[in-house]
Design a protein around this ligand. Structure first.
Ligand code: AMP
Length: 290
C-alpha cells in the first residue's frame, strides 16, 4: 500500500492504471468494521482500491465536532493495508482547499429533510468533496455505506444529474453484536450512553418486524412507536424520527407497496447518532439488514 498526500502524486500513480477498474472508498478515517466492509467489497470488485481519509471541514457546521473528530492516520494505515487498500489518499485541508472555494455542489430537495434539516449546509459539503474526490481519482466504482442512506441518495442523484462516469455501490450497515451501528463517533459515548444507544437499532428492528407481520401499516404508527421507544431512555434526546419513500425522500403514509426508509437521529449528551432501516414492502421480505 502507498500512502499519498497530494493530488498530483495520486494522479501520477493512477495514470498508468487507467485501463484497470478503480474503486474508491471515501471516508473521514478512524477506520472501523463499517469502513473495512466497504474496502473488502471494493477489493472484490476492483483491480485498484483507493481509500481516502479526509475529515472534510466543509461538511461540519459551526459548533459541530470538526475539531474533536477522532483522527489516527497511523492506525488507519495499518487497517487499510490489511483490508487490501492499494492507495491511501490522506490529503491535508490545504491540499484539498488551497484557497477559499467559491464553487460548491448543491443537491436540492433531497437535502432539505432528515440530516439536511438538522445540519444546514452539511450535504453541500459532502457533495462538493465527493465531486472533488471523483475528479481526483476518477473511479469506476465508489463505495458508500447505507448507514448514511441519505448520503447515498444524494450522491446517486448527483452522479445522475452531472453524468459522473462512476457506479455508486451502496453497502449494508455493519453493526456491533448488540445492534448498535458501528461509527467513528461511538468513541464519544459514556458507558451508560453506549448502553442506552442500543435503543436505536432495537426500535428500528421492532418496527421492521411489526411491518413485516402486518401489525404496522402506516408511517405515522412507526414514527409514534419509535418516538415512545427512544424517549423511554432517559439520556436520549430525539433530533428526528421520520419515514420517507426511499430514495426519493418524499413523505409517505401507507407503507404497503413501497420502499421506505425509517430514519432516526438521536443525541446522547453531545454525541449525535443516526441509524435507519429500509423496508421494502414491494418485495417478499423487508431488507432490514441493509
Ligand atoms: P465516515 O468516515 O463516517 O464519513 O464514513 C465513510 C463511509 O463509511 C460512508 O460511506 C459511510 O456510510 C460508511 N460507513 C460508516 N459507518 C458504517 C457502518 N457501520 N456500516 C457500513 N458503512 C459505514
Amino acid at each position: 500500500m502507498k500512502t499519498v498526500t497530494t493530488v498530483k502524486d495520486l494522479r501520477a500513480f493512477l495514470r498508468p492504471l487507467r485501463d484497470r477498474r478503480i474503486g474508491l472508498v471515501p471516508t473521514m478515517g478512524y477506520l472501523h468494521e463499517g469502513h473495512v466492509s466497504l474496502i473488502r467489497k471494493a477489493r472484490e470488485e476492483c483491480d485498484v482500491v483507493v481509500l481516502s481519509v479526509f475529515v472534510n471541514p466543509l461538511q461540519f457546521g459551526p459548533g459541530e465536532d470538526y475539531e474533536r473528530y477522532p483522527r489516527d492516520l497511523e492506525r488507519d494505515a495499518k487497517i487499510a493495508e490489511q483490508a487490501g487498500v492499494d492507495f491511501l489518499f490522506a490529503p491535508s485541508v490545504e491540499e484539498m482547499y488551497p484557497q477559499t472555494p467559491l464553487t460548491k455542489v448543491t443537491v436540492s430537495r433531497l437535502t432539505d429533510r432528515l440530516c439536511g434539516a438538522s445540519r444546514p449546509g452539511h450535504f453541500d459539503g459532502v457533495a462538493t468533496v465527493v465531486t472533488k474526490l471523483f475528479h481526483i481519482v476518477e473511479p469506476d466504482r465508489a463505495y458508500f455505506g447505507m448507514k448514511d442512506a441519505q448520503q447515498v441518495a444524494v450522491v446517486e442523484q448527483m452522479v445522475r444529474d452531472l453524468h459522473f462516469p462512476v457506479t455508486v455501490v451502496p453497502c449494508p450497515t455493519v453493526r456491533e453484536k448488540d445492534g448498535l451501528a458501528v461509527s467513528s463517533r461511538n468513541v464519544y459515548l459514556s458507558e451508560e450512553e453506549r448502553k442506552q444507544a442500543t435503543v436505536l437499532s432495537a426500535g428500528l428492528r421492532e418496527v421492521a418486524e411489526k411491518v413485516k407481520r402486518g401489525e404496522m401499516t402506516r408511517a405515522s404508527q412507526a414514527i409514534e412507536y419509535l418516538k415512545r421507544r427512544i424517549s423511554s431512555k432517559p439520556l436520549a434526546r430525539i433530533d428526528y424520527v421520520d419515514v420517507l419513500a426511499y430514495p426519493e425522500l418524499t413523505p409517505v403514509e401507507e407503507l404497503k407497496g413501497r420502499r421506505v426508509i425509517v430514519a432516526v437521529a438521536v443525541r446522547f449528551g453531545s454525541t449525535r447518532l443516526i441509524d435507519n432501516t429500509i423496508l421494502d414492502e414491494k418485495e417478499e421480505t423487508p431488507c432490514s439488514a441493509r
